[in-house]
Structures are given as structure tokens and as C-alpha cells.
Design a protein around this ligand. Structure first.
Ligand SMILES: NC(=O)c1ccc[n+]([C@@H]2O[C@H](COP(=O)([O-])OP(=O)(O)OC[C@H]3O[C@@H](n4cnc5c(N)ncnc54)[C@H](O)[C@@H]3O)[C@@H](O)[C@H]2O)c1
Length: 280
């Protein structure tokens, strides 16, 4: 089975963030850590907010200078406010914010209780609201514009758990609302929507659902955190200067394959056809 480990090394020879400051929530592991790594490698000073102190310490050793780790629970507004304050105190500005936290809510409607429903929305949608609100305020104060990248999921468009899909759909709409409201301040807001990506969040279920995802993905593998981070860095950079309110799907074409079993040219291909009708 092809895996994300087989993917080509992402080109990091560009230096698009020299002199800039990026705040990344959930930056201590997975997609957030890859985004922090990419932005740092391209010259940014990076501030990571996460509840995982060990992960933050690991990044501090790896990054050396141009790094600040802050223990921050992004479901708490005062902690997100403090995270942005710490970034300003240390580096004097915020140019980029990446709202990466999200998760939970993978059960069906009848099995989901109120606590886990609210937890999923707090972690996925409310945290995005807090991060956009408090990073944008700092960007507006500085009057230099900025770029904000949210993290949705292909599950915003394809049902995958009542809470998770609903909260991610909320992230996509919130991203458009933020782009509309903040454009007058030269702040761009865009989302990436990853397909299945090899992180600690997915490795627990890989042996159950991994092959189904791979078979259903036209590129024949799942993604790597570095590939999601590359898309985030593009949206955060000046190269995407006229892109705002967009949702960039990064899924190896998974979301095109819903009807692959009745697509005439592909119907003979078992890799894309035989999983149809089986649950992920
Ligand atoms: N991995 C995938 O297949 C996939 C696919 C689509 C979307 N996503 C989205 O990408 C994002 C990152 O997922 P991942 O797979 O890298 O997860 P991960 O489990 O590898 O990392 C999650 C990070 O979030 C941190 N975190 C958890 N709760 C927090 C809180 N309250 N405050 C601050 N930090 C907190 C954890 O400590 C950890 O460092 C999520 O929004 C997820 O929904 C992931």
C-alpha cells in the first residue's frame, strides 16, 4: 500500500516569510507542526500555541531561534488573547495566523451526547473564531494587513461523523465571512481542506479504514502533513495576494471519486470501484 512516506520531499528552497511572524495553533504535532516547520524554514518567526508542552519543548530544541512556544488551550478565549499578546511582546507583530485545531465528533447523531458534541464544536469551530478574531485585531492595530489560514476537511463536504462534518462545514463558512469582513483591512482569509493525512490523529484507525481511503483516492495514497503545510504556506504567502475566501482542497482527488463506480472510463478499475458501498 502506498503511504504518505512515499511522497516526494516538499521543496523548501523558497524564503517567502523572512521578517514575518506567524502564529500557529495546534502547532506541536501533525499538520500544525508541519506548518510551523515550513513557515520557519522559509524565514518566519513562529509562535506555536498548543496544550502539548512536550511537543512545544521538542519544537523549541529543533527550531532554536525565531520560535516561541506558548501553552494555550484554544477553546478558551482568554488564552487565545494571551497567545496573540505573547507573540506581539516577543516579536512585535503578527503577519500570519494558522488556525489548525479541530477534531472529535465522529459518532452518529443517535450516539452523540451533548458533551462530546460541544467539545467538537469548541475545538473545531469556536477555536477558529477565537484565533481569527484575536489575530485580526492585532493585524488591524498594526495596519499592515495579514493572512489567515483555517483548516477545514473534505469531511465538510462529505458526511463523516455528525459533529465533525458539521463543525468543519462551519469552519468553511466562517472563513468566507471572515474574508468578507476583513478584506477592507487587507487581511486575507482562506481555508485548506485536507483529505486523510498521516498524523497521530489517523494512525489509530489506519489499520481499519486506511486501505479504503487509499483505494478511493485517485492518487493512490493518503497525504503527508508536509503536503498540507505546503498548501497552507502558499495561501499565507504574498504569492496568494489576490486569493481570499477560498477553500483549497488537498486530498489526492478523493472528493472527485464519489461516483467513480459509475464513471464510464473508470468503472473497470477495481481500485476505485470495489470499496463502494462499504463503510469507511
Ligand atoms: N489528519 C487528517 O487526516 C486530517 C484530515 C482533515 C483535516 N484535519 C484537520 O487538521 C487539523 C490537525 O489535525 P492533525 O491530524 O494534525 O491532529 P494531531 O492529533 O496530529 O494534532 C493535533 C494537535 O492539536 C493539539 N490540541 C488539541 N486540543 C487542543 C486545544 N484545546 N488547544 C490547543 N491545542 C490543542 C494537540 O496537542 C496536537 O498537538 C485538525 O483541525 C483536523 O481536523 C486532519
Amino acid at each position: 500500500m502506498a503511504t504518505a512516506k512515499d511522497t516526494p520531499i516538499t521543496n523548501t528552497s523558497m524564503m517567502r516569510f523572512v521578517g514575518k511572524v506567524a502564529v500557529v495553533t495546534a502547532g506541536a504535532s501533525g499538520i500544525g507542526a508541519a506548518a510551523a516547520q515550513r513557515l520557519h524554514a522559509e524565514g518566519a518567526s513562529v509562535v506555536v500555541g498548543d496544550i502539548n508542552s512536550e511537543g512545544i519543548d521538542r519544537l523549541a530544541k529543533e527550531f532554536g531561534d525565531r520560535f516561541l512556544g506558548v501553552r494555550c488551550d484554544v477553546t478558551q478565549e482568554r488564552e487565545v488573547h494571551a497567545l496573540m499578546g505573547a507573540a506581539i511582546d516577543r516579536f512585535g507583530r503578527i503577519d500570519v495566523a494558522c488556525c489548525v485545531t479541530g477534531g472529535g465528533g465522529h459518532g452518529g447523531i443517535l450516539e452523540t451526547d451533548e458533551v462530546s458534541w460541544r467539545r467538537c464544536f469548541d475545538l473545531t469551530l469556536t477555536s477558529t473564531f477565537f484565533t481569527v478574531k484575536h489575530s485580526a485585531r492585532r493585524m488591524i492595530d498594526a495596519n499592515r494587513g495579514g493572512s489567515i489560514v483555517t483548516v477545514s476537511s473534505i469531511c465538510a463536504q462529505i458526511p463523516q461523523g455528525a459533529g465533525y462534518s458539521s463543525a468543519k462545514a462551519g469552519v468553511e463558512m466562517f472563513t468566507k465571512v471572515a474574508a468578507l469582513e476583513l478584506g477592507e483591512h487587507a487581511i486575507r482569509v482562506n481555508a485548506v481542506a485536507p483529505g486523510r493525512t498521516a498524523t497521530s490523529a489517523t494512525e489509530k484507525t489506519d489499520f481499519v479504514v486506511g486501505p479504503a481511503w487509499v483505494n478511493q483516492t485517485p492518487l493512490g495514497r493518503i497525504g503527508s502533513p508536509e503536503e498540507i503545510a505546503a498548501a497552507m504556506a502558499f495561501l499565507a504567502s504574498d504569492e496568494a495576494g489576490f486569493i481570499s475566501g477560498a477553500n483549497l482542497t488537498v486530498d489526492g482527488a478523493f472528493s472527485t471519486s464519489t461516483f467513480s463506480h459509475i464513471y464510464p472510463k473508470l468503472a473497470h478499475r477495481p481500485a476505485l470501484a470495489h470499496q463502494i458501498g462499504q463503510p469507511f
